[in-house]
Design a protein. Structure first.
Length: 213
């Protein structure tokens, strides 16, 4: 049977408000639910396919992010109701993507990371996976650069040449940042440069701690 939903919509419009028997009413409700489900899936798919950030990790452009279409599609899901597993998956995915777009717009990478962790292992709609992976790469790049910068800036020796206090040297944060960076994998030149600097600095600090001049 051809799924001509325009014809179905027209047929449903014709019987709207008409008094019919219970048997016919049931079939009409089923047809209306099917139409509503298809309309909702199309709206959600369209909203998820557009309005994402552009650019790659470290140079993501949030000026292209749009929220209105996603918000409208989710409002539509509340009005129509979600009656299929595919629809529920799409609605869940739309909520995740909306939250990620909001965090990217506000620059709240910590919240973006928490959102990604919360949905790890869950099945999301394929239409949004490119955007979700792009946000994941951006967040992981931020984590590497932030952690390495913080670790490099702290734990250093104090004092002047000839009177350095090496007892305050710490390598724990630096080791942790480098290990995390290796786990995530560098995705930008900045991250690679910071990882290299951190590795060199770790060797230097260890040598100073061991008084190996």
């Amino acid at each position: 049977v051809a799924q001509d939903f325009q014809a179905l919509e027209a047929a449903l419009a014709e019987v709207s408000g008409v008094t019919v028997s219970d048997l016919v009413a049931h079939e009409i409700r089923v047809a209306q639910d099917e139409l509503d489900s298809r309309v909702l899936l199309m709206e959600l798919s369209s909203a998820l396919s557009h309005g994402m950030a552009s650019g790659g990790p470290g140079r993501m452009n949030t000026g292209t992010i749009e929220l209105d279409a996603l918000t409208d599609a989710l409002s539509l899901s509340q009005r129509l109701g979600v009656k299929t597993p595919e629809g529920r998956q799409m609605v869940f995915t739309a909520k995740v993507v909306l939250r990620l777009r909001q965090t990217m717009l506000s620059g709240d990478y910590e919240e973006a990371h928490l959102t990604l962790e919360a949905v790890r292992g869950k099945t999301l709609s394929a239409v949004a996976m490119h955007e979700i992976r792009a946000v994941q790469d951006e967040v992981e790049n931020w984590m590497i650069t932030t952690e390495c910068t913080r670790a490099i800036s702290s734990g250093k020796a104090r004092g002047e040449v000839g009177s350095l206090d090496t007892s305050v040297i710490s390598v724990a944060a630096l080791r942790k940042a480098l290990h995390h960076g290796e786990e995530l994998g560098c995705k930008t030149a900045e991250a690679r440069e910071l990882m290299l600097a951190g590795q060199m600095l770790l060797r230097l600090r260890l040598a100073m701690l061991e008084n190996n001049w």
